[in-house]
Design a binder for this molecule. Structure first.
Ligand SMILES: NC(=O)c1ccc[n+]([C@@H]2O[C@H](COP(=O)([O-])OP(=O)(O)OC[C@H]3O[C@@H](n4cnc5c(N)ncnc54)[C@H](OP(=O)(O)O)[C@@H]3O)[C@@H](O)[C@H]2O)c1
Length: 172
């Protein structure tokens, strides 16, 4: 059986933040990035999120297949037909998605999901949109030390006149 394919999607500021604070809505990202994000979500069989990011986007995600990382559950807790909470301390996420038959996993963040996948070497591709703004302080995409991971640029595209950039990388 083919291995599941994990791709991360993130919008970051010039200084590399995904939000100013926990619960910060993505009202600072461009409409072009939002269109890209929806396309990415549509291309996936399931979305992987940290619990805080899920809480922020819960309404919008209600009809999508979601796996939510949380330390508050013991193993696997299926909440509804399309919503499952997982604790990666006792659950191997890759094995779980494989057993469920999911082939394309969109890693939507925040740090819990990005860092878990980076550490486990699961990120096959990364789509980063750089918005031309600076927060100075905030939540970084990655914040956990790992052995250096190398990626290759597949595509760099300017999305709009103000200079929002979409960078698409794949694992080397
Ligand atoms: N710009 C972007 O592309 C982007 C993408 C995603 C999110 N965001 C924003 O980022 C913010 C949230 O990000 P965040 O990094 O603070 O939170 P997050 O990673 O989405 O969620 C944090 C939660 O995940 C769970 N968690 C953390 N580490 C874990 C581990 N090792 N094992 C299991 N569960 C773990 C915990 O939930 P429990 O308390 O349930 O244990 C923790 O409270 C929001 O404002 C959101 O809008 C932005």
């Amino acid at each position: 059986m083919k291995e599941p394919f994990f791709f991360a999607v993130a919008a970051v500021t010039i200084d590399g933040f995904i939000a100013r604070f926990p619960g910060h809505k993505s009202d600072w990202t461009s409409k072009e990035d939002k269109a890209h994000l929806h396309k990415m979500e549509k291309a996936a069989d399931v979305l992987l999120l940290g619990r805080a990011s899920f809480e922020v986007a819960k309404k919008k995600l209600s009809k999508k297949n979601c796996l939510v990382l949380s330390r508050k559950v013991n193993g696997i807790r299926k909440k509804t037909k399309n919503l499952t909470f997982l604790n990666p301390k006792s659950v191997d996420v890759k094995k779980f998605v494989k057993d469920c038959g999911y082939k394309k996993i969109c890693v939507l963040g925040g740090r819990a999901a990005y860092n878990y996948c980076l550490k486990k070497n699961l990120l096959d591709e990364i789509f980063v949109t750089i918005e031309p703004i600076v927060f100075g302080k905030g939540i970084p995409m990655f914040d956990s030390a790992v052995k250096t991971k190398t990626f290759t640029l597949v595509l760099a595209k300017k999305l709009n006149a103000k200079g929002t950039l979409l960078l698409h990388y794949k694992k080397k």
